[in-house]
Design a protein around this ligand. Structure first.
Ligand SMILES: [Zn+2]
Length: 538
């Protein structure tokens, strides 16, 4: 196996891809290099900007430099020791409708020039194409893939199998299933460029998910033409291990300065929000005096540094188990990313399966969107689907989440006192906490990760309270307690919710006042408990 996973979070992973030029750590961004316009020396990409690999175009190499590249091999031709991926001309098909080579020719050519990763000649579906045409691109790409695998040899580059289908998600899924059966080393999602150029990131989320869910999970997955760095975290969260992007150069040509939250027009900048070597070497003021060529070079450099920095942030967030939090942050950068973030929630159940159950850091809960994160969902599902209450318990007592954790040690020992004050027959009583973030937390489990390892923003939103009330009703219905008492904290549940609890689940609600842990409220709770326990015995 040439791909080894070291760390993971959501569907994102830190991996090590073995190639003939050495190991490429993923997620990796491969800057796209046009072999005819070498604005940046390929070796600079590696030595100055820290890129382990690049992508160039086999079709253009063949068309303009066939003899030289064949003789030297693509690495020596480019003077680049890192990982070289060659695209086959699929992009030229998409842009200019057809290329003057056959699929077999481009495979043979790539074998000769020896890149580390090579791609068969596919037919990109493109954007806003009719279903019949989309289907034909999938079929032709598949036919070519089936033909290509016959020529795969020991000494070959790693071969990449492209998934097509465009925005027709069932075709994407079908394309992925079919090509996933063929012995490619990596797979890729084709033709998302226009979707990205139009900022349709929610559509992109669906396309990536449809492909990824139907491909062999252990193989690396590439996203063609990934544009702006502000969406890298989304693509990685959905399982993309590699990207290629020409955005650094396209934006530079257009006078645009890349940041993790979007691009800025250079002429409007008075300060650089970055301290990369390029930004440290000049000021916006000085740049305004410079010629076009210098400004372009400056932007190229900064954009390359800024793109790589975002890849590093994504990787660090995987290691820390905080990729979801990075998505929440990036979702605020642009409404289209916010839409993508909401769309990702649709895949929460699937993402949960790949998220580690124990993480090095606690969870940060910013609001109702955070409830869709896998760790929270996992706990909430477990409580509804597989948790069994202590067998002898008949009375459920729901206490509001205290202000520190673990819950049972919190509130200056008051909780302990309540427990001790339970009259004989205490085994019949089951204590749980209710929490707008976690739903229900049984006392006996409150130290299990992440039930004591989270921070939530307060006051809780109405949406979170409403969600909590509905969840409590659901939980109570799944277990057969004979009686349920809820000690109310008005910061966690409003009056309307209390009514719902009473009507839908027959829950008895104690304490209408604000300070649930004040001596007076606790006396009230103790009294109702004694009464209830007596009732159980009777
Ligand atoms: Zn910079």
């Amino acid at each position: 196996m040439s791909f080894e996973v070291r760390d993971k979070d959501l569907l994102g992973r830190i991996g090590r891809l073995k190639t003939r030029s050495g190991i490429l750590e993923t997620p990796a961004l491969l800057p796209v290099l046009n072999p005819r316009v070498l604005d940046i020396a390929p070796k600079q990409l590696r030595e100055e900007f820290g890129y382990g690999g690049l992508m160039t175009n086999a079709y253009l190499l063949k068309k303009h430099f066939e003899a030289q590249v064949t003789e030297k091999g693509v690495h020596r031709f480019l003077d680049f020791e890192g990982v070289v991926m060659t695209d086959s001309g699929g992009y030229q098909v998409l842009r200019y409708g057809g290329v003057a080579v056959t699929s077999r020719q481009i495979i043979e050519f790539q074998k000769r020039i020896k890149p580390d990763i090579a791609i068969i000649l596919d037919i990109p579906t493109g954007w806003r194409t009719g279903r019949a045409y989309a289907k034909s691109t999938v079929l032709t790409t598949l036919e070519r893939a089936k033909e290509a695998v016959k020529f795969f040899e020991e000494d070959d580059p790693l071969w990449m199998g492209p998934v097509q289908g465009g925005e027709h998600l069932d075709l994407v899924a079908w394309s992925a299933r079919e090509i996933g059966r063929l012995p490619f080393d990596l797979y890729a999602l084709g033709s998302p460029t226009e979707v990205m150029e139009r900022y349709l990131f929610d559509v992109l989320v669906d396309m990536i998910a449809a492909a990824k869910a139907n491909l062999p999970i252990q193989k690396p997955f590439h996203l063609f033409g990934a544009g702006h760095p502000f969406m890298f975290s989304f693509a990685v969260a959905l399982g993309c291990d590699l990207f290629d992007s020409a955005a650094y150069a396209l934006y530079a040509r257009d006078g645009r300065y890349i940041t993790e939250n979007g691009t800025l027009r250079l002429e409007r900048l008075e300060y650089f929000p970055c301290s990369c070597p390029a930004c440290k070497s000049t000021t916006p003021e000085k740049l305004k005096q410079e010629g076009k060529a210098q400004v372009y070079r400056f932007l190229l450099s900064h954009n390359l540094y800024a793109s790589q920095a975002e890849v590093q942030r994504v990787k660090q967030s995987i290691v820390e188990g905080r990729l979801w939090e990075l998505l929440e942050l990036r979702a605020k950068a642009h409404p289209s990313l916010s839409q993508a973030f909401q769309r990702i929630a649709k895949y929460a159940e699937w993402m949960e399966k790949f998220t580690p159950s124990i993480k090095p850091r606690g969870l940060l809960i910013y609001g109702e969107h955070s409830l869709r994160r896998p760790e929270i969902l996992r706990h909430r599902w477990k409580m509804l689907k597989s948790y069994e209450k202590p067998p002898s318990s008949k009375l459920l007592v729901l206490l509001p989440e205290p202000d520190s954790k673990p819950f049972h040690l919190s509130s200056s020992g008051k909780i302990k006192k309540i427990l001790e004050a339970i009259p004989a027959g205490g085994k019949a009583v089951h204590f749980c906490f209710y929490s707008p973030a976690l739903g229900i937390v049984p006392l006996e489990l409150d130290e299990v990760y992440p039930l004591s390892q989270f921070e939530a923003a307060q006051p809780y939103s109405l949406e979170m309270k409403r969600n909590l009330a509905a969840y409590i009703v659901e939980y109570v219905k799944t277990q057969n307690y004979s009686k349920v008492i809820l000690h109310r904290d008005s910061r966690l549940l409003d009056r309307a919710h209390v009514r719902q609890l009473k009507e839908k689940a027959g829950i008895r609600v104690n304490n209408g006042r604000k300070r649930a842990w004040a001596e007076g409220s606790l006396q009230g709770l103790k009294k109702s408990l004694e009464e209830a326990v007596r009732g159980l015995r009777g």
